[in-house]
Design a protein around this ligand. Structure first.
Ligand code: BGC
Length: 720
């Protein structure tokens, strides 16, 4: 990171886009409402199946079909239960995880992703895609961080918008989740989050707000947890106050499955479609289980008695009808495609650009297609499908290429040997880890070590794997280190073979102390169906890495600020969790408080090198434009992510509630450069990006004093 210049500015108002109005749809909504009976109206507001809510048959109003999301269309689930429907025509393309998409820092790839996945949802006749998610990665053990877009609200907010727009252009609604403060899986069904107004406004709300106001998202999913002591699915301040009134959201709020707890709460708390409540539908609880939902018979009877006004009911109905007209009854709805070649191509491009080259000492990578004759691949993730597991985002794929198979294809003239090296047990979602057999583990390890001495190069493929407690819904990881003896195995492999490349999967950071003994290290998130091909293309040098971290890899777990307060700050005491670190999440904390990280936010290497020329600044009425020439000074083409951060000149305060971060990401762009080529990148800093939320006045205010602007080839931890 190079500090290039210092500027100061004054207050400007925050601008926001209004949600798009659709006059013809509005007229149809009013005409329909005028013809509906009270009972028909209520029928729209709750599930009629595990993943469906009703329309009005008598009036020709179609029902809604929902499906997870957010990395592909989930395999068909039974109408009434969580059981799989066992269809044979629902195998799909798995796209990379949203953390991988964020790591591309490429808006065009977000559009490509949205278009492809939107087509897949349209083809399967799904009207609501349950995703994407933009919960901030506050806590590095959170089981669902892989489904979100990292630790920075600006990056997540920018990257989510094209995805939503493209999906919705096809007549499929995105359901933005999980609104909000669902930042841990332990006690996700009950925890009450205490967070400052400043952290809400600066960290936890902005990405949701961008998705609503710039992405124009059509539905939003309420989270399971509580805020201000009230369930997020019944939270008047959150759903009616912030989302609907303040942000102008005109779509429907959908509950997370089982997130509603009372009729009055849902009625007055802004909930529009109640899904997944307690009952397992018609098969288990009673003959008409869906009518026992809180927004079903009980709600209807309170409206009939006059205890809930028709105005409250009609507002919900209007929102659901708007969703129906935008999706299942949208005359321009796309037919879509399933498993088409361009979906695989999109998957590959996103996967390749999301992989982060963390380290490449001695330029061991790229390996080239022909340089080595004997390669050893070690590690369970080299053969395991990582599209399975993880919870509701699990996917049934038609085709997956594993790293081992792809490496064999990519090095046709080499002997490619394989040793599993360790095993992790069966994927047990939400259950305790299977007890592992020590002697089997030892034997696998010994086999790998003895083969490592014979090979010219060793490629270790490990990391997390979406088992319970390994990046999986409903559980957080229990340890920061990689499990199943991987750190020890990596270190031992390094002593047997100096040409060691480590390839890891995972939607979260983990302990990388072992990386000091390893020359080359690639981190891959989860890459979907084309996983192996993307990795092989980077290993050979067919593709030059250009991913950058959307999260901070700390040296030690306890360095993350969310662990500073003991159980009070994670996972909470008696169901209450306090975000005492305020806005100091991720790099904002590490930078400002001088804590060295292992691999900082924004980090990512390339097989080429880039040089920055002198920037020039143009100040317009509402923005500051910074032009910076960037040159590819190496021998191969590559892509550079130019990052712009804004920060205080100096921060002396140690008080989390008032201190300002040293740097905050405010603009970026990704540019492709051939060897020797120079391009000028223009980064625009809207003046409202210089505002901060004041804990004293409870308003956004222009920063006082000098402001520093940093532009860099990557976000290097200056304290190292
Ligand atoms: C998850 C949601 C998911 C829903 C339906 C819930 O348990 O939290 O993200 O969309 O189930 O599968």
């Amino acid at each position: 990171m190079r500090r290039l210049f210092i500027l100061s500015f004054f207050l400007f108002s925050l601008c926001c886009e209004e949600a798009m109005a659709q006059p013809d749809v509005e007229q149809r909504i009013e005409e329909t409402i005028a013809q509906m009976t009270l009972h028909e109206k209520v029928q729209l507001l709750h599930a009629q199946g595990k993943f469906s809510s009703a329309g009005v048959q008598r009036l020709g109003i179609r029902e809604l079909h929902h499906s997870d999301g957010p990395h592909g269309v989930r395999a068909e689930v039974d109408w009434n239960t969580w059981g799989t429907a066992n269809w044979t025509n629902d195998s799909i393309v798995a796209f990379p995880s949203l953390t991988c998409l964020a790591a591309t820092w490429n808006r065009d790839l977000s559009s490509l992703y949205g278009h492809a996945i939107g087509e897949a949802f349209a083809f399967r006749d799904k009207h609501i895609m349950l995703g994407p998610g933009v919960n901030i990665a506050r806590m590095p053990l959170c089981g669902r961080n892989f489904e979100y877009m990292g630790e920075d609200p600006y990056l997540a907010g920018v990257m989510v918008v094209p995805y939503i727009r493209e999906v919705q252009k096809l007549g499929v609604a995105c359901c933005l989740k999980h609104f909000f403060l669902n930042n841990q899986e332990i006690n996700r069904f009950g925890v009450n989050v205490h967070v400052s107004e400043r952290a809400l406004n600066e960290i936890y709300l902005p990405a949701f707000r961008s998705a609503v106001q710039q992405g124009g998202v059509w539905t939003v999913m309420g989270a399971y947890n509580k805020w201000l002591g009230t369930w997020c699915c019944e939270n008047d301040s959150l759903l009616n106050g912030i989302l609907k009134r303040q942000w102008g959201f005109d779509g429907a709020v959908v509950s997370d499955w089982g997130g509603v707890h009372s009729t009055l709460g849902a009625a007055f708390g802004g909930m529009d479609i109640e899904m997944g409540t307690n009952t397992d539908g018609k098969t288990i609880d009673r003959s008409h289980g869906f009518n026992s939902y809180y927004l079903a018979d009980a709600f209807e009877s309170l409206v009939r008695k006059g205890e809930i006004s028709e105005k409250v009911l009609d507002d919900k109905v209007r929102r659901v009808l708007r969703t129906i007209f935008r999706t299942s009854m949208n005359p321009n709805r796309a037919i879509g495609k399933q498993c088409s070649p361009d979906h695989y191509e999109a998957c590959l491009r996103i996967a390749e650009e999301g992989i982060v080259l963390m380290k490449n000492d001695k330029h061991l990578l790229p390996l080239g297609g022909n340089r080595y004759r004997h390669i050893l691949v070690v590690g369970e993730n080299a053969t395991r499908s990582l599209t399975e597991g993880g919870g509701s985002s699990e996917l049934k794929t038609k085709y997956d290429i594993s790293p081992l198979d792809a490496i064999r294809d990519a090095f046709p003239n080499a002997k490619v040997d394989y040793a599993q090296g360790y095993y992790s047990g069966r994927p047990l979602y939400g259950k305790a880890q299977e007890r592992l057999d020590e002697s089997r583990q030892d034997a696998l390890r010994e086999e790998a070590l003895s083969k490592a001495t014979e090979a010219e190069v060793v490629i270790f493929v490990g990391g997390l794997n979406k088992n319970g407690f390994q990046d999986c819904e409903d559980s957080d990881r229990k340890e920061f280190a990689l499990s199943f003896g991987q750190p020890e195995l990596i270190k031992a492999l390094a002593t047997r073979n100096k040409n060691l490349v480590v390839v890891t999967f995972g939607g979260n950071p983990f302990d990388t102390l072992w990386s000091s003994s390893v020359p080359s290290f690639l981190h891959c998130w989860y890459l979907g169906s084309m996983s192996g091909r993307a990795i092989a293309n980077l290993l050979t040098g067919e593709t030059n890495p250009s991913g950058h971290l959307p999260i901070t890899f700390a040296r030690r777990l306890e360095d993350y600020p969310c662990f500073k307060g003991g159980e009070r700050t994670y996972p909470g005491v008696d169901g209450e969790v306090y975000y005492d670190e305020d806005i100091f999440v991720g790099y904002r904390y590490f930078d400002t408080f001088g804590v060295a990280s292992a691999f900082p936010f924004g980090h990512g290497l390339s097989y080429t090198t880039f040089a920055y020329g002198k920037p020039s600044v143009r100040v317009t009425e509402d923005a500051i434009d910074v032009d910076v020439p960037v040159t590819n000074t190496g021998k191969c083409g590559g892509k550079e992510v130019v990052q712009l951060y804004v920060g205080v000149a100096k921060e002396k305060s140690r008080d989390f509630a008032h201190a300002r971060p040293l740097r905050e990401l405010k603009a970026f762009d990704k540019v492709a450069l051939k060897a020797g080529e120079t391009k000028t990148v223009t980064l625009t800093l809207p003046k409202h990006a210089l505002q901060v939320f004041s804990p004293d006045s409870h308003r956004w205010e222009m920063r006082q004093g000098k402001v520093r602007i940093y532009i860099g080839t990557q976000h290097i931890d200056v304290m190292l």
